[in-house]
Design a protein around this ligand. Structure first.
Ligand code: MF3
Ligand code: CO
Length: 290
């Protein structure tokens, strides 16, 4: 942590002197830094100005998903949804973050049924009666990043598949209940894992959530199979995603050899995911995207 002279302006941009602003906060962090698990570096603690920027980006991300929710229907292709995401995002002044990200060819990820995540929209994939579909949207606005995904049910979805989708959505609330400043991130993941196991499903281990804001993917990596009392300390100003991927069958996954992106369940079972972006506040959390 870079040392600041006590009468110098605080690093958070408040304009106040450091000694009456974040000096006590930094001292508290230093104490936690003696524990075996990491504390956030300063770039992971967003300033009020940065939080406003992420909030504005998040508003677009929510509006784009709301737009998808209004227009998604049986018989359309995933490429058509991608086109909607591109049009709506740019109309609102944003840039779709996935487009060109590490070579990703589209504006969002669309993952149908046994696709766990990172499905590439295409003209040959039609939404069919009974499908469960994840649409994962990420936005860059004024340099700030936001990210969220929702599940959509197409036509008559089986009772089993509906329950999977509902349980994963509920798991976000279970995780959120553990998001409090000065607690460990691992508590959140542990709570989600317990809840999913209790409901008879499995959690994907290899892919998780992430810090976000100034970059698409920042520290910390966010697991949903973590242990209580482990992982990064949560402090006010941190922003990260909660996005568990849950399989109806076994937890194992594989990545498509040909496209290098699409992640499938190994056993072909259904998979569901919901993603939100949260800000850690002085008292708990605030949901920035859903
Ligand atoms: N929205 C996904 C996430 O949660 C983004 C995957 S990277 C992409 O991190 F290139 F596929 F978009
Ligand atoms: Co994400």
């Amino acid at each position: 942590m870079e040392k600041i002279e006590r009468n110098a302006p605080c690093w958070c941009g408040s304009g106040k002197k450091y000694k009456i602003c974040h000096a006590a906060f930094d001292d508290k962090l230093k104490k936690f830094a003696r524990e075996p698990y990491p504390v956030p570096t300063r770039d992971l603690i967003k300033t009020p100005e940065q939080i406003e920027g992420i909030r504005a980006s998040s508003k677009i991300n929510i509006a784009v998903l709301d737009y998808v929710a209004e227009h998604i229907h049986m018989g359309m292709t995933t490429a058509e949804i991608d086109e909607m995401v591109y049009q709506k995002t740019t109309e609102l002044g944003g840039i779709p973050a996935p487009l060109g990200y590490e070579g990703f060819p589209c504006s969002c990820c669309i993952s149908v049924n046994s696709v766990v995540c990172h499905g590439i929209p295409d003209e040959d994939t039609y939404l069919e009666d009974g499908d469960i579909v994840n649409v994962d949207v990420s936005t860059i606005y004024n340099g700030y990043f936001s990210d969220s995904s929702r599940m959509f049910l197409i036509g008559n979805v089986s009772e089993d598949a509906r329950r999977l989708v509902d349980v994963v959505e509920q798991s976000l609330q279970v995780g959120l209940a553990e998001v409090k400043p000065w607690k460990r991130l691992g508590d959140m993941g542990a709570a989600i894992h317990e809840f999913i196991k209790k409901n008879g499903y499995t959690v994907v281990r290899e892919i998780g959530g992430h810090g976000i804001g100034l970059e698409f993917h920042e520290e910390p990596w966010v697991s949903y199979v973590s242990k209580k009392g482990t992982e990064m300390l949560l402090v006010p100003g941190m922003v990260f995603t909660i996005e568990p991927m849950v399989n109806m069958g076994r937890q194992e996954i594989f990545i498509d050899d040909e496209d290098g992106w699409t992640v499938y369940t190994e056993d072909g079972s259904l998979s569901a995911q919901w993603e939100i972006t949260v800000l850690v506040t002085e008292t708990g959390y605030e949901i920035l995207t859903y």
